[in-house]
Write a protein that binds this ligand. Structure first.
Ligand SMILES: C[S@@+](CC[C@H](N)C(=O)[O-])C[C@H]1O[C@@H](n2cnc3c(N)ncnc32)[C@H](O)[C@@H]1O
Length: 188
């Protein structure tokens, strides 16, 4: 069973990030420096490590309970247990992966600029999504990408934030996506 799980992670990107991971695989990135905001127990991050040429991955999560965009307490469970699971899961990648317990916005100043890729998978409220895009887009290198997977009519707050961000920065980015996944490329 465990072997099957590891094989699946090695061969197949997670369904939720399938399209963007496949898109990134086709680019000519080398020694990627990447960030996931809302990495939780790092299931997605493991897929990256097996599928992308990663030099360093910063995996950020609050690991704390909070009120979700639907106005309910999140159901991710005990933050300490999730943090321990994330650290254990990423241990085999050594210095290439760093799990960080922090807020997605506040942590930005402690992570280097010139990033290849940032994935946003945090509480998808309008304010937080827009703030995350405004904070992290400038930290990308030219040609780098920022992405998310909540671009759909049932997730109106995240979708509105993404559209407003694109509108405000039209001349420095290009926008693409498939199904619920969107990705924004920094063009200048
Ligand atoms: C949908 S889960 C992430 C799933 C994970 N990316 C994966 O693919 O397995 C959302 C995560 O975002 C985290 N989160 C929510 N708001 C956050 C914030 N402001 N800063 C950092 N993490 C946050 C939550 O703790 C939760 O673990």
């Amino acid at each position: 069973m465990r072997i099957l799980y590891q094989l699946r992670r090695k061969l197949l990107p997670r369904y939720r990030t399938l399209r963007v991971t496949n898109m990134l695989k086709k680019q000519k990135f080398k020694d990627m420096v990447v960030v996931e905001l809302g990495s939780n127990t790092c299931k997605n991050a493991v897929t990256w490590m097996y599928n992308l040429p990663i030099k360093k991955a910063y995996l950020v999560d609050l690991f704390n309970n909070y009120i979700t965009f639907e106005g309910k307490m999140d159901n991710y469970g005990d933050g300490n247990i999730r943090f321990a699971k994330a650290v254990k899961r990423m241990k085999k990648f050594g210095d290439k992966a760093k799990v960080i317990k922090a807020d997605a916005i506040k942590v930005a100043e402690s992570i280097p600029d010139n990033l290849d890729y940032v994935r946003i998978d945090i509480n998808p409220t309008y304010d937080l999504t827009l703030k995350a895009l405004e904070t992290w887009f400038p930290k990308l290198k030219i040609g780098g990408y920022i992405s998310g997977h909540g671009f759909r009519s049932t997730n109106i707050e995240e979708t509105r934030a993404v559209l407003n961000f694109i509108d405000n920065h039209q001349d420095s980015l290009s926008f693409s996506g498939r199904c619920n996944e969107y990705w924004i490329k920094k063009e200048k």
